[in-house]
Design a binder for this molecule. Structure first.
Ligand SMILES: [Zn+2]
Length: 277
């Protein structure tokens, strides 16, 4: 049984400030190590629970933050960009369960370092009329590929907003938000222990058949995506793409054949936005 882990950094215990998430800052080197060790906790738990294969996907920024030297050598690592399935790359080779570790709340919420894909470009993203963050978007992609989102970790705002979307999934709350860049964190060691325990238990439960009824809940296709962007200049730019419809100064819509196509379009727009930085 194979587990794919998508690891982001903003939801990792001890991470509160943008500098901790960007290469080139002293504090980033500590934060990427915590990220790697939380990923290891999930890998360890997955194998202890009975997984036979674990792939770990580096899902932050340039997708090369995890420290391969420190990673559990039993796992295979997905690194670098661009890649078609973004934070879920690896899923094209199959996985039964998906874990989202170190995730964060959606843009325009009070979660720690809350954003959706690209904080410069996107203010709100909705999928078939429901506002979604990265977990909602990439969770829908996982389900489209027949995988089940089984374990998620991040702050309390992330857990609260995401739990209704994945009712069978387990959440580990690593810290509590008091603002966009402030809050109260568990120690990295305690967060890792909680992640390892949860990972072991969800894999065991899955192998025991306990959560089979959650297995697939694929999103209706075609997928309607509404996008609120951060400035009208970005909307002008994005509407150069002929299938994007302008709703108002900063709101756009497009239809996609599948969640995968929606993800690929968002990743194209995110890349285009660098022209206006
Ligand atoms: Zn990130």
């Amino acid at each position: 049984m194979k587990v794919l882990i998508s690891a982001d950094i903003e939801g990792v215990a001890g991470v509160f400030h943008p500098e901790q998430t960007r290469a080139g800052n002293g504090e980033y080197e500590a934060a990427r190590r915590w990220m790697t060790l939380e990923a290891n906790a999930a890998i360890e738990g997955a194998f202890a629970g009975g997984a036979t294969q674990v792939w770990i996907n580096d899902s932050h920024g340039g997708f090369r933050n995890l420290l391969p030297d420190l990673l559990d050598p039993r796992a295979l690592v997905v690194l670098g960009k661009p890649r078609t399935l973004g934070m879920m790359a690896g899923l094209e080779y199959g996985a039964a369960l998906v874990f989202m570790i170190g995730y964060h709340a959606m843009s325009q919420t009070r979660g720690i370092l809350a954003h959706t894909i690209n904080s410069f470009a996107f203010a709100r993203v909705s999928l078939n009329g429901v506002e979604v963050g990265e977990a909602g978007i990439y969770g829908a992609l996982a389900e489209e590929y027949g995988a089940q989102v089984a374990l998620l970790s991040g702050d309390d705002v992330f857990a609260e907003e995401t739990a209704p979307r994945f009712p069978g999934a387990r959440f580990v709350v690593t810290k509590r938000a008091t603002g966009q860049a402030s809050g109260v964190t568990q120690s990295p060691a305690n967060a890792r222990e909680a992640i390892e325990t949860a990972a072991r238990e969800v894999v065991r439960q899955h192998l025991g058949g306990g959560r089979a009824e959650q297995a697939t809940r694929a999103v209706a296709q075609p997928v309607a995506c509404e996008l609120r962007v951060q400035t009208s200049a970005l909307a002008d730019l994005f509407c150069q793409w002929p299938t994007l419809m302008r709703v108002d100064a900063v709101t756009l819509r497009f239809d996609a054949a599948s969640v995968e196509h929606m993800v690929r379009m968002l990743n194209c727009l995110s890349a285009m936005s660098f022209m206006l930085r």
